[in-house]
Design a protein around this ligand. Structure first.
Ligand SMILES: C[S@@+](CC[C@H](N)C(=O)[O-])C[C@H]1O[C@@H](n2cnc3c(N)ncnc32)[C@H](O)[C@@H]1O
Length: 233
């Protein structure tokens, strides 16, 4: 099947080749055209661009392709948009990661708790395992049960307060030195904007206080904002 797009004609069935470039360099570099085709052909029809705009879909995809994680540990699940993004990326680029998605138990009250809608977009996908509990605790217990050399990618998208993000990120970087971490809702802006800058400040404070060698890639053109903290191997 062929259809016309603004960019011309493309064939949806065409496989995706490895988008990594200059892997020996100190920087994260991808072929943005390959990722753009993946995002427009595979992701947008399934997940749209809310809550993750195009630039954040690109960063999530690039992170998975670069890190080639053995485990993706993400919270909160909510309806499963981010879990589905990770699944589609692993499937398209042949990355054999286990995907674990965690949300709070049904009896917990959280303003964003999805209730019966939890994980709707990933139901029936065997690669994605759904859990309930505190994201950090469940994720650490999953890794402890599987102590073989692992290369985990965390995605923090649960409670967006300063305290929660600080607690989660500080624990991860001290307890899982091989971890790379994506953090959502990290748009910086000025204090005057009235935006929640808790996640941004938490990331800065953790980087300062733990002195990690993590490199930071930010998508911060506007809300909601996303950061990748990764260690070149
Ligand atoms: C912004 S939504 C996440 C959106 C989701 N990543 C998606 O792509 O659809 C925040 C979710 O985090 C969950 N949550 C909040 N605190 C949590 C915690 N400590 N552990 C696990 N999930 C948490 C909430 O119940 C809510 O479903």
């Amino acid at each position: 099947m062929k259809f016309r797009s603004l960019a011309g004609i493309f064939t949806p069935e065409k496989p995706f080749t490895d988008p990594l470039r200059n892997q020996g360099s100190a920087f994260l570099e991808v072929d943005n055209w390959i990722l753009s085709r993946f995002v427009t052909e595979r992701l947008l029809p399934v997940v749209g661009f809310h809550p993750f705009p195009l630039n954040e879909l690109m960063l999530m995809t690039a992170a998975v392709c670069r890190i080639k994680p053995t485990h993706i540990l993400e919270w909160g699940t909510n309806i499963g948009v981010s879990a589905r993004i990770f699944h589609e990326t692993c499937a398209a680029f042949n990355i054999a990661a286990e995907i674990h998605s965690i949300d709070l138990p049904d009896h917990e009250s959280h303003v964003e708790h999805p209730g019966q809608e939890r994980g709707r977009l990933v139901r029936g996908i065997a690669r994605v395992r759904l859990h309930q509990g505190d994201g950090l605790e469940v994720a650490l217990s999953i890794l402890a049960a599987d102590p073989a050399a692992c290369r985990p990618l965390f995605f923090l998208d649960g409670d967006h307060s300063y305290d929660s993000v600080y607690r989660e990120l500080a624990s991860i970087v001290t307890r899982v030195p091989s971890a790379s971490v994506l953090v959502h809702d990290t748009f910086q802006q000025s204090v005057d904007s009235g935006y929640n800058t808790g996640p941004y400040r938490a990331v800065q404070d953790v980087l300062r206080s733990t002195g990690t060698g993590l490199q930071v890639v930010s998508q911060d053109l506007g809300l909601p904002g996303m950061m990748l903290l990764w260690k070149r191997r």
